[in-house]
Ligand binder design. Structure first.
Ligand code: P1T
Length: 393
């Protein structure tokens, strides 16, 4: 008693709960009507009103749904955010964020980002009068001297897809805020378990919940987290007005995935380390891209702002594109497929698959590049599988 009691958490104060506890419980109290421990999937599209406008917080399922509300409360808490909004996909979430801008407002996009984000900004929004530029977000000094005056939003991924570049969120936020621009961080690769961008000064966090948050390759979803009440009102408005909301079953699947996010991420990270050890010494491999490696350009930023270095690993092949295509064809446990962040390991060729839409642009990726989403299988099996594929080239 005594000394130990002083150090114990006050569990009645939910705001003091640790990350893992919030992942399992926040927004997911046992159902008041039945006692169900698992958040029910509420399929009802409409909700009874006692009198006009007198109801239990829900009217129509596009505007608000109890299963979605549980997911939004849980994920907002994990991102240390006051507000959270779930969407039908990561790109739907991104699209709603861009709607915060006015015609003529410039978006600065990192020159290494998911191909679909590039496509949304350059092919959907740019023709509507929203200028954009691709910039190196790791060179803060150069960015400060060449800052375009019409910039209203900086869009960054860290680590990036697919080169695992890491951007100093705090430094970008300071620079962008001095010019009155918002900072959006795509936290899909890191997840809130490894990195919390709002705490580092970002204004808005966006996720493809399809990836680590869902974690099992069985649901497409997106999420936006933020602290500013005025911006939150506007995101809430477009979530309802434009209607790109996730179905209740999809919300349930993400919520279930999030419960194990911390334990999965620990395993993704340790398995990624085993794969990196193999790659670093392999003669078929040219460059290994993983933020934990001291020679990785993002190592310093990642070490400062991340708890660990994540489950994504990329590398270039000495034999160029032909070798890369051979490697991705010959793994057994690593499945050749797009997407990432789930329990099973995936391998892909970004140049011809996930980033094909960036060909010929400043975001084009090397043809010799292979991207791995390292899953949670036995690390010895994963290493053996990749080694036999690399030994062929
Ligand atoms: O696929 P969707 O849920 O719409 O999320 C888009 C998205 C946004 N941000 C990042 C960093 C992403 O990686 C993605 C989707 N990426 C893939 C499908 C992929 O294989 O890279």
């Amino acid at each position: 008693m005594g000394e130990m009691d002083d150090e114990m958490n006050d569990v009645s104060d939910r705001t003091c709960w640790g990350f893992e506890t919030r992942a399992v419980h926040t927004g997911q109290e046992p159902d008041a009507a039945s006692g169900a421990v698992v958040t029910p999937i509420t399929l009802s599209t409409t909700f009874a009103q006692e009198g006009v406008g007198i109801h239990k917080g829900f009217e129509y399922s596009r505007s608000g749904n109890p299963t979605r509300a549980a997911l939004e409360a849980c994920l907002a808490s994990l991102e240390n955010a006051a507000f959270g909004f779930a969407f039908a996909s990561g790109l739907a979430a991104e699209d709603n964020i861009i709607r915060l801008l006015q015609q003529g407002d410039r978006i600065l996009l990192g020159n290494d980002a998911y191909g679909g984000t590039f496509r949304l900004i350059s092919k959907v929004w740019s023709p509507l009068g929203f200028p954009w530029s691709a910039v190196d977000l790791t060179d803060i000094d150069a960015l400060a001297t060449k800052w375009p005056a019409d910039t209203r939003m900086v869009w960054l991924e860290t680590p990036t897809n697919p080169l695992l570049t890491c951007v100093d969120i705090e430094a970008i936020a300071t620079l962008a805020h001095s010019h009155g621009a918002l900072v959006v961080v795509d936290n899909t690769f890191a997840t809130p378990y490894l990195q919390q961008p709002l705490t580092l000064g970002a204004d808005i966090v966006v996720h493809s919940a399809t990836k680590y948050l869902g974690g099992h390759s069985d649901v497409v979803g997106g999420f936006v987290a933020l602290n500013d009440p005025t911006l939150a009102d506007r995101i809430r408005f477009t979530q309802n007005a434009a209607g790109a909301i996730p179905a209740p079953f999809d919300c349930y699947l993400v919520l279930r995935g999030v419960k194990t996010l911390a334990v999965r991420m620990d395993r993704h990270c340790s398995n990624a380390r085993a794969i990196v050890d193999l790659l670093v010494g392999h003669p078929a491999v040219d460059r290994v891209l993983y933020p934990q490696l001291p020679d990785h350009p993002g190592h310093a930023a990642a070490s400062r702002q991340m708890r660990d270095f994540g489950g994504m690993v990329s590398f270039t092949c000495r034999g160029g594109e032909a070798a890369a295509l051979e490697v991705v064809k010959h793994t057994t446990i690593f499945t050749l497929a797009e997407s990432l962040g789930a329990v099973e390991s995936l391998i892909e060729h970004p140049g011809l698959m996930t980033h094909a839409s960036a060909a010929g642009s400043p975001l084009q990726v090397p043809a010799s590049l292979v991207r791995l989403s390292v899953g949670i299988e036995s690390s010895a099996d994963l290493v053996a599988d990749l080694a036999q594929a690399l030994d062929r080239v």
